[in-house]
Design a protein around this ligand. Structure first.
Ligand SMILES: *Cc1c(COP(=O)(O)O)cnc(C)c1O
Length: 465
């Protein structure tokens, strides 16, 4: 399998190259040159398989000859063996038609573990035996940082530098990052907010000399292998609910459009997906794009669902690529005009194509709290604010009543205890796997929000290549 850039001019890469690359050299994102196809019989054959085995079947066409099936199986078993639930991503029935797909049983209690646990192992595998070393640099508002650090701690040939805005992540989130004391993990608290941290990381990638000297790499959801890993649980859950004989709808709490794009990929591969519901909070650029074709950047409003407080959804470019018939030249000009004007108007054809599979909902803070209360009192489930946005969108969706709706539960409620307690009056207990968090030693350095200072810090600690 080859991977091509959405902007048409970067060199095509195999799975290994696309996994290690992050952004393509023309500024685009890597996508598979075509979607692998699963027949009804292929899908039916997934029934009863373990999560790891489902992952092997779904990922094999994407991996191609970059790994043998045996190697892929070893990595999937190792990655998903670290989840605390035997089903890895269990389904919970809420009422006659609504289901939760719990994606938060990984080491850091957020759905990002599902992809990052595998990505950490893929990095190590692809770098082993080569004269190559990666320096992963990222900015986090909380969840991505802890999941990436857990996945990469102690791995050979990789250093990770994670920037978080000082004093602006929750104590649980900070401690999940700063109590990991492996020598290849470097936590930096930046004086400034999350946007400042993200701008610094972008500037660092833009400093070609520095990026090249330390082989900078990214672990955010622009990474193709991360998205591929997320396709697996759409197949896994749909098969348990009757696919291929029955179509399933999914409601997805959405920020960067990575998770829901994986659902789109599953549908392109042949999984019967009745609808993908894009659930946003009041930061609703995607909802406006879906409803009115208006993809224009607004003001960022902080909410109790911070992992969805996003203005520009990087992975939307991957959908646009398909909507514009995979024409890299057109997409390159569409995206460069978006980058200057911060606005994009979808043409009628692209907009009507979106509506065939996707719908959307904008869920404000009141509706989010109401969904948390409804889940607690009517369904007996305590859910986190992000999941509540998905559930609220599922309950209000306009779909035939016989279609099951799976809401993706993206974070454990204990990660957002204050918001959950405010809405429901119940304070979720910390699960055993992070209960020692408040006694552990922390390690991090505080730096000013200046590129030079951060580059100097990294240069002292990273491996030159
Ligand atoms: C990252 C995240 C999301 C959003 O996922 P995207 O792939 O960015 O759309 C939703 N909920 C939680 C808890 C997350 O950590």
């Amino acid at each position: 399998m080859q991977y091509i850039s959405t902007r048409g001019s970067a060199q095509a890469l195999g799975f290994e190259g696309a996994t290690l690359a992050g952004l393509a050299s023309d500024g685009g994102l890597y996508v598979p040159e075509s979607w692998p196809q699963f027949s009804r019989a292929d899908i039916a054959a997934l029934a009863g398989l373990s999560y790891a085995e489902t992952a092997v079947r779904v990922l094999a066409p994407f991996v191609g000859d970059a790994l043998s099936e045996e190697e892929l199986r070893d990595l999937c078993e190792a990655a998903y063996g670290r989840f605390s639930h035997k089903a890895v991503t269990p389904l919970v029935q809420l009422d006659e038609r609504n289901w939760l797909l719990e994606l938060f049983h990984g080491p850091t209690l957020a759905f990002k573990d599902v992809a990052l646990q595998l990505l950490g192992l893929l990095f190590e595998r692809f770098l082993s035996g080569k004269d190559r070393h990666l320096t992963v640099v990222g900015a986090t508002s909380g969840d991505t940082g802890s999941a990436a650090i857990d996945a990469l701690a102690g791995r050979e040939k990789v250093d990770i530098f994670m920037l978080h805005p000082k004093g602006r992540v929750s104590e649980v989130q900070r401690r999940q990052m700063t109590t990991v004391l492996a020598p290849n993990v470097h936590n930096i608290a930046i004086e400034g907010n999350f946007d400042d941290a993200q701008r610094l990381v972008k500037a660092m990638f833009g400093d070609a000399q520095f990026a090249d000297r330390f082989t900078l790499s990214a672990v955010n959801s622009i990474n193709w292998a991360r998205l591929a890993a997320q396709i697996v649980y759409y197949f896994y859950s749909a098969v348990r609910l009757g696919a291929p004989d029955r179509a399933i709808a999914f409601s997805v709490p959405t920020g960067n459009f990575g998770d829901v794009f994986a659902g789109y990929a599953a549908a392109q591969m042949g999984l019967p997906v009745a609808r993908l519901i894009v659930a946003t909070n009041v930061n609703d650029i995607l909802h406006r794009a879906m409803v009115a074709g208006d993809y224009s950047v607004g003001e960022l409003t902080p909410t109790p669902a911070p992992s969805m407080d996003i203005q520009v959804s990087s992975n939307f470019e991957r959908l646009l690529f398909d909507l514009y018939d995979r024409d890299g030249d057109i997409l390159s000009s569409v995206m460069s005009s978006f980058e200057t004007s911060r606005a994009l108007k979808l043409d009628d054809r692209a907009h009507s194509r979106i509506g065939k599979l996707f719908s959307s909902a904008r869920i404000d803070n009141d509706a989010m709290s109401m969904a948390m209360r409804h889940a607690a009192s009517e369904m007996g489930e305590i859910i986190d604010p992000h999941t509540a946005i998905g559930l609220s969108a599922a309950i209000s969706a306009d779909l035939a009543p016989d279609i099951p709706i799976v809401t993706l539960a993206t974070a454990h409620p204990a990660k957002f205890r204050d918001a959950v307690e405010r809405a429901t009056g119940q304070r979720p207990a910390l699960p055993a796997r992070i209960s020692g968090l408040f006694e552990r030693e922390e390690r991090y350095d505080t730096l000013p929000g200046e590129l030079q200072a951060i580059e100097a810090y990294i240069a002292e600690r990273a491996t030159e290549t």
